[in-house]
Design a protein around this ligand. Structure first.
Ligand code: NAD
Length: 288
């Protein structure tokens, strides 16, 4: 396949590099110029002859502007595969524009981070026509280990923000429980041994434990270097709340988690730290 890859940042560059081992890939990014990849001078030049154009961009506004730029240049019947994490509304808007332009679009945000992008082990959650999903499946196979079709346009983004809302809320619950346990004189290893095998178990406790030296190796064991940075968790929580407002869904825990991560990132020292650094944050505080 001929692939145009637009947005060659932390995630896009390694994903494009993996695809380039098996396909003809031409990339574009106004800033990043990764070595070893064929590069175009503009987004529309990268998109012009492509069977599939993949975008990996920071947000919905940039996605909309790139879509506006590249759709007139793309071949009829070509596919736009957006792997960025963006708001559901932007994903649905560009999918409608793609259809009107004689193209097909799939939103397929990812889980797995920079490590998953590098090692080709991402999970994709996809929204859009099932036939288009099937056509791009070989690309998912190269870039990832699993792809789930979640329904119509925007449903990939919906799955992503619902998942990450659970993870954000659960991380906070796990961290505050550790701090309560500390203050009650409960040993952290004992706390882990009980909770990880009891009804309080979760991914944040069992697989990504925020307490250093406890459980499997995690960013807590590496000075809270991300991993998954707190500001990226805040981005996804903000998207979950935008969607909840638009859909009139009552999400009080998601709302509280968004407020806490906003405070951590914007007013405290959370930016650049893994999102599990909520544990030392709680440790440094008292009940107010
Ligand atoms: P990044 O900031 O490293 O990369 C984004 C790239 O887009 C940058 O290189 C930037 O120059 C480029 N860009 C900006 N405007 C552009 C334009 N108009 N045309 C072309 N390129 C443009 O971000 P990232 O970490 O690679 O994340 C990309 C997406 O993946 C985001 O939506 C993010 O939420 C999502 N994501 C990231 C992670 C992660 O761990 N980093 C995990 C899952 C999902």
């Amino acid at each position: 396949m001929k692939i145009g890859f637009i947005g060659l940042g932390n995630m896009g560059a390694p994903m494009a590099a993996n695809l380039a081992k098996e396909h003809d890939v031409i990339g574009f990014d106004p800033v990043a110029q990764p070595q070893g990849l064929k590069l175009a001078q503009s987004a529309s030049a990268a998109a012009k002859d492509a069977d599939v154009v993949i975008t990996m961009l920071p947000n919905g506004d940039i996605l909309r502007s790139v879509a506006k730029d590249i759709y007139p240049a793309m071949k009829q019947g070509a596919i736009h595969l957006d792997c960025s994490t963006v708001d559901v509304e932007s994903a649905r808007a560009v999918a409608a524009q793609a259809l009107a332009a004689g193209l097909s679009a799939v939103d397929a945000p990812v889980s797995g981070g920079i490590g998953g992008a590098t090692h080709g082990t991402l999970t994709f959650m996809a929204g859009g026509p099932v036939t288009t999903f099937a056509t791009v499946m070989p690309l998912f196979d190269i870039m990832g280990q699993k792809a789930v079709h979640c329904g119509d346009a925007g449903n990939g983004q919906a799955a992503k923000i619902c998942n990450n809302m659970i993870v954000g809320v659960t991380m906070i619950a796990t961290c505050e429980a550790f701090v309560l346990a500390d203050k009650l004189g409960l040993d952290r290893q004992a706390m882990f041994d009980v909770v990880s095998t009891s009804s309080g178990y979760s991914w944040t406790m069992n697989a990504y434990c925020p307490a250093p030296g406890i459980g499997p190796h995690s960013p807590a064991d590496n000075g809270y270097q991300p991993g998954f940075a707190s500001e990226l968790m805040l981005k996804d929580l903000n998207l979950s709340q935008m969607a909840a407002i638009a859909a009139d869904a009552d999400t009080p825990m998601g709302q509280a988690a968004t407020a806490l991560y906003r405070q951590f990132v914007e007013d405290e020292d959370g930016r650049g730290k893994d999102f599990s650094a909520m544990l030392p944050r709680f440790e440094s505080r008292r009940r107010s």
